[in-house]
Design a protein around this ligand. Structure first.
Ligand code: ZN
Length: 61
């Protein structure tokens, strides 16, 4: 269900995906609410993983 929801880049409202990919409130461009490439959570997890890996190696050596 949530995969049909998109977020308006202009007014930040959640709008059902439509063929025009336009916001029905302001006509703005609809974007994916959570694009994996730019997810700050994913980025944070990567840094945390790197941190734990480094700590783990320190303990071994
Ligand atoms: Zn909008």
């Amino acid at each position: 269900m949530t995969k049909y929801l998109k977020k308006c880049a202009e007014c930040s409202k959640y709008v059902l995906e439509n063929p025009e990919s336009k916001c029905r409130y302001c006509g703005g461009k609809l974007v994916n609410p959570r694009p994996p490439k730019y997810s700050p959570i994913d980025k944070y997890q990567k840094y945390r993983l790197d941190f734990f890996k480094t700590e783990f190696k320190k303990k071994i050596n």
